[in-house]
Design a protein around this ligand. Structure first.
Ligand code: KE4
Length: 426
């Protein structure tokens, strides 16, 4: 039955802050009211009025196979027949851990949690315990979830709303987070020359999606690895987005870099709530009950989430999807670049594998300062016209769009047609 999204949004606003359970969904940065999605299948989502959209949000990354993939939905339905949670170890958790440790060589042991935030929060605590140091380094525009130490100059919703940090985070704690410009190896080296002995870890999105897609410059990730190793700090790759997005493993597999700890989420849960953090045995074995570093979770390794994640990873495992979705992404980005160029609109479409972002700026976006100089008003206008044309893009300049295995040439063609119409109007 069709439902008016405005009525739903007003009803939601009475009982949910901002009417949403995650801020960036509220369309505040692009104007208008959010869609209320009633169902999704393949490359499409359907709103509460039944209107169909080609989807590039992909639930912010997890839906690499497309929505309602039968392997995933059948696995979840099957698992649910045996119950939904036990609070005890299950074989499925072993299988998940074996798949991930088999795919990412730097991950010798892994702990399942329920979100990317939890994965990062736990990995940072573990790094502080393992090194006995307090300070952490992150990069401006990278988003690592909403745990207190990581909200400084973050990307995603923090960048979208221009929130400098977040009220409620004690200044004493925020002061322990050093924020540096992404792609600036020199800034990292000087931070280490002045405070290296205090730095527990450096955390980075190896290919940031949370300031929009910003590829790492040649040698940057290597500098992080060399500098942390020399300084006795841990290198944490936050691969919540990039894990199993760019290859069957982490972005680290492609970069040939072995971080000390890796955070995962999104794709490994197949759309159900999952996060994970893993790394070297000698570090991971400091975790309770093996070691003294406490970390826990009622629903960690939940049977339904494991079923969805294992079904997703088994479907990805032969690796055949990656060249296909990367090629579709290249084609879409190439066509869009041509359209904007012919209209004389300065847009920089940055792509990495099957993720992309149209930045409304003429300059190369190499860090958050350049991303922030984009014309977010022009992005919002383009977003609204594309939505009207049946294309569901992420409602923020500082996010990534994703191609799934369910997208076809026809979806790309329809997206280009919608872009032609949108450009005629903005
Ligand atoms: P969650 O706690 O939202 O599961 O994961 C936090 C996180 C950690 N690391 C990276 C690299 C991430 O991208 C995220 C979450 N991503 C955002 C979108 N870019 C989640 C969307 C939202 O906040 O609604």
């Amino acid at each position: 039955m069709e439902k008016d999204p405005s009525i739903l949004f007003r009803r939601a606003g009475k009982v949910i802050p901002g009417g949403v359970n995650s801020p960036v969904r509220a369309f505040r940065a692009v104007g208008g009211e959010p869609l209320f999605i009633s169902r999704a299948s393949g490359s499409r989502v359907y709103d509460s009025r039944g209107k169909e959209y080609i989807d590039y949000v992909a639930s912010w990354g997890p839906m690499i196979l497309g929505h309602a993939h039968p392997a995933v939905t059948e696995a979840v339905a099957r698992a649910a027949q045996s119950g939904t949670s036990y609070g005890a170890p299950t074989e499925a958790e072993i299988e998940m851990a074996e798949i991930i440790t088999g795919a990412i060589p730097s991950v010798e042991k892994i702990r399942m949690v329920n979100s990317g935030t939890e994965a990062v929060m736990s990995a940072v605590r573990l790094a502080r315990a393992f090194t006995g140091r307090k300070r952490i380094v992150k990069f401006e525009g990278c988003y690592h979830g909403h745990s207190d130490s990581l909200l400084a100059k973050a990307g995603s919703g923090i960048a979208t709303f221009g929130i400098p940090g977040s009220p409620g985070v004690p200044a004493e704690l925020a002061a322990l987070t050093i924020t540096l410009p992404f792609n600036d190896g020199g800034a990292l080296r000087s931070a280490f020359s002045s405070a290296g002995h205090e730095i527990a870890c450096v955390i980075v999105e190896p290919v940031p999606g949370n300031m929009g897609v910003v590829p790492p410059k040649e040698g940057f990730l290597e500098t992080l690895r060399e500098t942390t190793a020399a300084g006795g700090s841990l290198l944490i790759f936050d691969e919540v987005i990039t894990g199993f997005r760019l290859t069957f493993g982490g972005c680290q597999n492609l970069a040939g870099i072995r971080p000390d700890l890796t955070c995962l989420g999104k794709i490994i849960g197949g759309g159900l709530p999952v996060g994970a953090f893993g790394g070297k045995k000698e570090i991971m074995d400091r975790l309770a009950p093996e070691g003294p570093v406490y970390q826990a979770g009622t629903l960690s390794g939940n049977p339904l989430a494991m079923a969805a994640g294992i079904a997703t990873l088994k479907t990805l495992r032969d690796g055949r999807i990656y060249p296909v979705i990367n090629k579709l992404c290249e084609e879409l980005c190439r066509e869009l670049r041509g359209r904007f160029r012919r209209k004389g609109i300065p847009v920089r479409i940055q792509q990495y594998g099957s993720m992309f972002t149209p930045f409304f700026t003429a300059e190369e976006v190499a860090d958050y300062q350049t991303a922030a100089r984009s014309d977010t008003g022009a992005f919002a206008g383009f977003f609204r016209e594309m939505l009207a044309g049946g294309i569901n893009l992420p409602p923020s300049q500082f996010e990534a769009s994703f191609i799934s295995g369910a997208h076809r040439d026809a979806d790309i063609d329809a997206t280009i047609t919608a872009a032609d119409r949108a450009l005629a109007k903005i």
